[in-house]
Write a protein that binds this ligand. Structure first.
Ligand SMILES: [Zn+2]
Length: 240
């Protein structure tokens, strides 16, 4: 089987990582959709770093939930598999998805990269730094390695998604915990499930993608995905 899984903030929210939208996402009364922008960083890099350090800490203290584990299990048992996640945390990786089977389309929160040159480093451990990190190569300000609102997606990561989609249609596409707000998520889901592939949407609420889904599961991902994955693995065994 060839399977594409697309995940969003809803999957991490069930591990206690607040989403950007809704009240929980607010930090010091600030709207995250305004903090996660190049403009906010240009205006107050210290503030933006404080927010990202708190988010990093929260993610380090969180654990993968049953949805992350179910997706990792599906990846282990599927030869042709790609996970595209909008989440910048490492919960999918910690559940056991290898890097080559996953694209973090909005970046990785634990990468600190230069705002000017190509230098970047992985900052997983509790950073001692309090101020704004400076690049060791060119002394420019360093920033979190995530894609902010209004920024382009990474060309390399986009290419990995397109390579997977161009190659062949999928038997199954699962879209979980995302409202498909970004047009490209919807495009990939539809492109992946062309040629009559199954398109499963897991979301407690209706989304713009719902009308295209062949199966709608109106439940939180951590409840629904273990069952869906079991079903897919069983049906494959019975087909053999
Ligand atoms: Zn630099």
């Amino acid at each position: 089987m060839r399977i594409l899984v697309l995940t969003g903030a809803g999957v991490s929210a069930e591990s206690g990582i607040p989403t950007f939208r809704g009240k929980d996402g607010y930090w010091r009364n600030l709207d995250p959709t305004k903090l996660a922008t190049p403009e906010a960083f240009a205006r107050d890099p210290q503030l933006v770093w404080e927010w990202y350090r708190e988010r990093r800490k929260r993610i380090r203290n969180a654990r993968p939930n049953a949805a992350h584990e179910a997706i990792a299990r599906l990846a282990q048992h599927t030869d042709d598999f790609l996970l595209v996640t909008q989440n910048v945390d490492d919960l999918h990786a910690r559940a056991g998805i290898p890097a080559q089977r996953m694209v973090q389309i909005h970046g990785d929160i634990f990468i600190t990269r230069c705002s000017r040159c190509d230098f970047e480093r992985y900052d997983y451990e509790q950073e001692q730094e309090k101020g704004i990190p400076k690049c060791s190569q060119c002394t420019s300000l360093m920033r979190p390695g995530v894609v902010w609102f209004g920024e382009q997606l990474s060309w390399n990561e986009l290419q990995r998604v397109h390579d997977f989609l161009d190659c062949e249609a999928c038997d199954v596409v699962i879209v979980a915990g995302t409202t498909a707000t970004f047009g490209y998520i919807m495009d990939w889901a539809l492109q992946g499930s062309r040629d009559l592939g199954e398109l499963i949407e897991v979301n407690p609420e209706e989304t713009p993608l719902s009308r295209f889904a062949t199966r709608l599961v109106r439940e939180p991902a951590a409840i629904a995905l273990p069952r869906i994955v079991e079903g897919l693995l069983d049906s494959r065994c019975s087909r053999l």
